[in-house]
Ligand binder design. Structure first.
Ligand code: UDP
Ligand code: MG
Length: 222
């Protein structure tokens, strides 16, 4: 038999723990955007952050690649072309994937409300889409900007291309990706810089050296 608690007669002091719990349940997603050129080390550093802190890593590129290979996806061909050309996929597609991934993560575990969004927003269209769809639904805390020269970016991606199986880790795609990064993504980083939200990290160093800086930033921000 089901025995109900006599909640109606409870005072505030009894209710409070449940109210506090409820607040944590409806916690708004707290987002860190992770930006930088192709091969700057966004994915690598995000993986290290996840090992050490309670963040969920969402790579916009990975989500798009997943969607590209999902049977029945109406966007597979479009995504494939955009990725090879180093162009940025229309935000309607990307934002839906990101939103769904965030919602699913929080549905499984409501305490997982901290997200690293890697490789997004990459242009004005991405930023507008985010602001429209996520307005009031998530807080962008700050931006981690992994900065390194185009030469380092290209060398790393070509090296990665030997085993990544990615259709865009080749010289022709990389030149286009770098152009897109300089023309479209850098201005987005600059906009966040003006808001005082950017932590710029010299990403040309070793993984561990870069991560030491990342750690310092995360401890200061938390
Ligand atoms: N991409 C996109 N929108 C995004 C993220 C990625 O269109 O929000 C596409 C774009 O064509 C990009 C490619 O996916 O060049 C690979 O992105 P990814 O972030 O995986 O590359 P990385 O910067 O990690 O090398
Ligand atoms: Mg990546």
């Amino acid at each position: 038999m089901l025995v109900r608690e006599p909640r109606a007669q409870e005072g505030l002091s009894e209710k409070l723990p449940r109210v506090v719990h409820r607040l944590s349940v409806i916690m708004k997603p707290q987002v860190v955007f992770v930006l930088g050129g192709p091969g700057a080390g966004k994915g690598t550093q995000c993986a290290k952050i996840v090992e050490n802190y309670s963040y969920t890593h969402l790579s916009a590129g990975d989500l798009l690649r997943e969607e590209r290979s999902r049977t029945g996806s109406e966007f597979g061909q479009l995504i494939d072309t955009y990725i090879k050309e180093g162009k940025i996929v229309p935000v309607e597609i990307t934002i839906n994937l990101l939103k769904k991934a965030m919602e699913e993560t929080m549905k499984v575990d409501e305490k997982k409300f901290r997200f690293l969004i890697d490789g997004f927003p990459r242009n004005q269209d991405n930023l507008q889409g985010w602001n429209t769809v996520m307005d009031g639904k998530a807080d962008v805390k700050f931006v981690l900007f992994f900065d390194c020269s185009n030469e380092v970016c290209i060398d790393r991606c070509l090296e990665r291309g030997k085993s990544s199986g990615r259709t865009d880790d080749n010289r022709a795609s990389l030149e286009k990706r770098i152009q897109t990064y300089l023309q479209s993504t850098r201005p987005i980083i600059e906009q966040y810089e003006k808001q005082g939200k950017v932590h710029k990290i010299d990403a040309s160093r070793s993984v561990d050296e870069v991560f030491a800086d990342v750690k310092n930033i995360l401890e200061k921000e938390s």
